[in-house]
Write a protein that binds this ligand. Sequence first.
Ligand code: MRU
Length: 347
Amino acid sequence: MPQADTVQAICWNNKQLQLLDQRLLPHKKVCLELDEASAVAGAIRDMVVRGAPAIGIAAAYGIVLAARARFAESPTNWKTLIETDLKMLAQSRPTAVNLFWAIEYMREIITGLQGDPEPVLLAEAKKIHENDIAACRRMGELGAALIEQPCAILTHCNAGALATGGYGTALGVVRAGFAMGKITHVYADETRPWMQGARLTAWEMVQENIPVTLQVEGAAAHLMQQGNIDWVIVGSDRIAANGDVANKIGTYGLAILARYHGVKFMVVAPTSTVDMNVVCGEDIPIEQRASEEVLFLTDQPIAAVGAVARNPAFDVTPAALVDVIVTERGVVLAPDAEKMAAMMENT
Ligand code: MRU
């Protein structure tokens, strides 16, 4: 099992997948034990596990569970039967491309398998998990190296240990930068409607004694105007071939604000988040979630009865508003299609 010295949202333990239920954090730490692929798909859809890299890792382990069941059902026909499970996992959430990346990776392994698939697929799922932690560490170093003087950063949603195999993407840069004395303070948007900033990012920061201040999303412009923020640092769910970035709803607005106020905008994501098949951000599917997530807060109605709500979960920030994309393969300053292609060629 891969180890990270930060909180781990995903563990493989004794034939089961264990997921820390992120819907209940930080007030309750409950680990769910899953032994069916359908339960993994449900956990992704229902936000037990969330964050693009974490979704991909969970899906890979879900495929191990699917293969175990399908091989027991039919040792000769399991490769055909498992396609239903791969399809079901692929339908759990549409925007985070790490999900589809992990499914395709595992599908290719499946093609060449003979005999009991579980040991090989489990080793591959663990490799995806391990590689993600290593990628986060590398991105932490690369991102922190771009910061020149002690500064305060603003982040949105949760791109931390909980959203990855461990350590985090945007929060990996924060961890590395804090250790080097370059990042002194984190401003975290609370991130409606799931409150990933208030519940998850703040929790991760508090546990490591990294100074963190929460604010409502609407406060970001004011904070920048007051000169409180030097960098905006966020993760991503999918980056198009031209460097356009899909991330949690509200990120695009932050990028506009950052450019207006002369604040630098950094996106941190592994190459498993880069979708070279999507030419530009317009082609990235944006998840639309249930309106109840906006109309209710933890089961309490908060809106006028009769009001309707729109709940896009992500938006797209044009590459032109991004100062730098940090991946484990390198840093892309002022990203465009040519520079993204060159970075993806690096090994
Ligand atoms: O809806 P979520 O919580 O899955 O959204 C997560 C984000 O938007 C993260 O910023 C992104 O997945 C990057 S996680 C390293």
